[in-house]
Write a protein that binds this ligand. Sequence first.
Ligand SMILES: Nc1ncnc2c1ncn2[C@@H]1O[C@H](COP(=O)(O)OP(=O)(O)OP(=O)(O)O)[C@@H](O)[C@H]1O
Ligand SMILES: [Mg+2]
Length: 297
Amino acid sequence: MSRIHDALKRAEQERATSTGTHVEPVVDQPLAVADNMPTLQPAGASQMPNLASGLNYESLLARCPQCEWAPDARTMLFFQGDESRTGAEEFRTLRSRLYQIREKLPLKRLLVTSALPKEGKSFVAANLAQVMVRQHGRRALVIDADLRNPGMHRHFGAAQTPGLTEYLLGECDEFAVVQRGSMENLFFVAAGRAVPSAQELLANGRLKLFLQRLEPLFDWIVLDSSPVIPVSDATLVAGACDGILMVVRANVTPSDLAKRAREEFPDKLLLGVVLNGAPLGKLESKYYYGEAVTSPA
Ligand SMILES: Nc1ncnc2c1ncn2[C@@H]1O[C@H](COP(=O)(O)OP(=O)(O)OP(=O)(O)O)[C@@H](O)[C@H]1O
Ligand SMILES: [Mg+2]
């Protein structure tokens, strides 16, 4: 029997022993070549993804690393147990709107993106995941899919590696890359080590597989991404998501660039705009297009 056949069979067996969730074969399949041919392999990536066997919520809790996070107290709004901090109410409003949308369409994997760097994508994604788990029993996973300029681990005060890059390269399984810290039901996947081939990695089909395998374990999966205008990585991530939130930084993002970024995505995926850093008391005039939720500086 060929090595290719062996590899496929092993992967199939691993899938069968996991959660019972059907996994579509979205990964790059090896080419069906004659038995004596060498197996084709993209540079820098192993042949098959590294799939954890027996993946379910209980096994994840037992096996994923419990980490000492040191969340940035200035920007991580919900770690101190103070529900009245500036901005907390806006995140609760955002949560309500997302639940309203979810009544009408399937929504679990959310991409948070923006036109330009430093508009608050990571801030919004991290706080959104936190506010989701403030509701009893809700579980959220937040993923730093900004592989070029990883930053969310700094907001959480968490380790940068291993993370999504290592998973997409086939070096680590899900148990190794999902971290949990001090907030119950909140899980985090850091970006991992910086690599020059972010675009190739995000396009290799394994992100979709990763999300398919973890989706049954969580109520929400929030993905942070790179900005849209300089690079196209966010559009690749969007292909694996159910909906997109565009962050616009009040009085900073030029409106033409916000519109250009918005045009990169299909209308049906765009859920709305989060206006970040809006001056308090002047929120009512700050609506752009679609739904907007404001987040004060
Ligand atoms: N509403 C806010 N109030 C206070 N500080 C904020 C707010 N939003 C963002 N910041 C701060 O602005 C900076 C940029 O935010 P953030 O890292 O979330 O942006 P980003 O869009 O993810 O940037 P990048 O494109 O570089 O990843 C950070 O220092 C963050 O703490
Ligand atoms: Mg960021």
